[in-house]
Design a binder for this molecule. Structure first.
Ligand code: S3P
Length: 451
């Protein structure tokens, strides 16, 4: 797993035009949920297109530890024989979720209302992230938790023996917290209600419905009110995981900033709770088009074509768009550095508690490569240097964060001098084929530091 081996430096140099088709892997959020809901249903769930990245593989291993049978067929199709809601067995060892915040938080929710005890840990990044945001609402069901100071992993959860249903208003925009509460509500009697002030990705609600749970969503003056009827019998499903828009963001944005590029990224889910980056890029003047727009399994899907866009202008990104592009601010800041004028990103304090403090990680690395960045607790601004105007030439710290590593490699593809990331190994958590795919398009990526 990333962070456990030797650091692997990787250098990106100014690249020739990126051309061709970029088939990115399956959606990370949907892949975690498919494994967990498969494990909580009765019978065999089949999953095609599962993201086989380290984060998701850690969730597959965790589902086995809780008693589900999870196997991968030779054809790449995954099979999950579930144990039913409330059917999780007590794991005989610590559950290591690696780098995966989504994995650990959703699994904590899924076991929280079953009378078993489980201990969770992860890599140095995950062990530094706040878990109180999940254990606070889980305590309302009757779940006890014992972690390190500040609610950090390693942490032991004792599932509630007699759970009560919960009504919880999210104090922050977080699909992980929302999902943990809903998954805990599965094994509580009565109705569990989650209220979210801002809409976050809704894959859990959609997939729960797909598995046969009774989930109602109402838009009210308080926000989105999601009501789940507890103790359903989840019916196994056959799931085709769409390709990940958050991974698509990298070849799309690289194409926009590398001179002469024209890249097609097929079959990308454009669920409105995930597609904020593409809207923002269009607002900046990017040459980005949706082709072959269609509906698949209730989700909008399209092929995205991105071409080199020398006329992009910095903008003020609407704050109410933050949740729908929360993982895309690092790569947006790379595009912003190659646009003209200032890009302002506000209402984004959640970026400080991701796999790294992403405002800090990007600000440091952009400055080292000659880009001016200003920042406050929940905002940051990037001064564009115009197309191809970033000097580059520095080595940046990836801080065990896949999206920081990929963002700086994209920066290097359009900078005057090479950009190196000190450790590219975390990329395997979400986008294991990143290097092959990008070099296949023409990107100049090479192991090690520049000579
Ligand atoms: C995710 C939710 C988001 C996102 C993460 C995936 C999910 O995190 O950053 O990469 O699959 O639910 P938060 O819930 O912390 O906002």
């Amino acid at each position: 797993m990333s962070g456990h081996g030797q650091p692997r430096p990787l250098t990106a140099r100014k690249s020739p035009p990126l051309k061709g088709e970029a088939k990115v892997p399956g959606d990370k959020s949907i892949s975690h949920r498919a494994l967990i809901l498969g494990a909580l249903s009765v019978g065999e769930t089949k999953v095609r297109g599962l993201l086989e990245g380290e984060d998701v593989l850690a969730t597959a291993a965790a589902m086995r530890a809780f008693g589900a049978e999870v196997t991968r067929g030779a054809d790449g199709e995954w099979s999950i024989h579930g144990v039913g809601t409330g059917g999780f067995a007590e794991p005989s060892d610590v559950i290591d979720c690696g780098n995966a915040g989504t994995g650990v938080r959703l699994i904590m929710g899924a076991m929280a209302t079953t009378p078993i005890t489980a201990t969770f840990t992860g890599d140095a990044s995950l062990r530094s992230r706040p878990m109180g945001r999940v254990t606070d609402p889980l305590a309302l069901f009757g779940t006890a938790s014992y972690g390190r100071r500040g609610g950090k992993l390693p942490m032991t959860l004792v599932g509630a023996a007699d759970p009560v249903p919960v009504r919880y208003t999210l104090p922050m925009a977080s699909a992980q917290v929302k999902s943990a509460v809903l998954l805990a509500g599965l094994n509580a009697p009565g109705e569990t209600v989650v209220v979210e002030g801002e809409a976050t990705r809704d894959h859990t609600e959609r997939m729960l419905r797909g598995f046969g749970a009774d989930v109602r969503v109402e838009e009210t003056s308080e926000g989105r009110v999601i009501t789940l009827k507890g103790q359903p019998e989840l019916r196994p499903q056959s799931i085709d995981v769409p390709r990940d828009p958050s991974s698509a963001a990298f070849p799309v944005c690289a194409a926009l900033i590398v001179e002469g590029s024209d890249v097609l990224v097929p079959n990308i889910g454009l669920n409105p709770t995930r597609a904020g980056l593409f809207e923002t890029l269009r607002d900046m003047g990017a040459d980005l088009t949706y082709e072959n727009v269609r509906d698949e399994g209730g989700e909008p899907v399209a092929d995205i074509r991105a071409r080199f866009s020398p006329d992009m202008q910095g903008i003020s990104v609407p704050e109410d768009r933050a949740a729908s592009m929360i993982d895309e601010y690092p790569i947006l800041s790379v595009v912003a550095a190659n646009a003209r004028g200032r890009t302002e990103m506000r209402g984004v304090k959640e970026l400080r508690v991701k796999e790294s403090d992403r405002i800090d990680a990007m600000a440091k690395g952009l400055r080292a490569n000659g880009v001016s960045v200003d920042e406050g607790d929940d905002w940051w601004t990037v001064e564009g240097r115009g197309p191809g105007g970033v000097p580059g030439g520095a080595t940046v710290a990836a801080q065990l964060d896949h999206r920081i590593a990929m963002s700086f490699l994209c920066l290097g593809m359009a900078s005057a001098k090479p950009v190196t990331v000190d450790d590219a190994s975390p990329i395997a958590t979400s986008f294991p084929i990143f290097e092959t795919l990008m070099t296949g398009l023409g990107a100049d990526l090479a192991e090690g530091h520049p000579a």
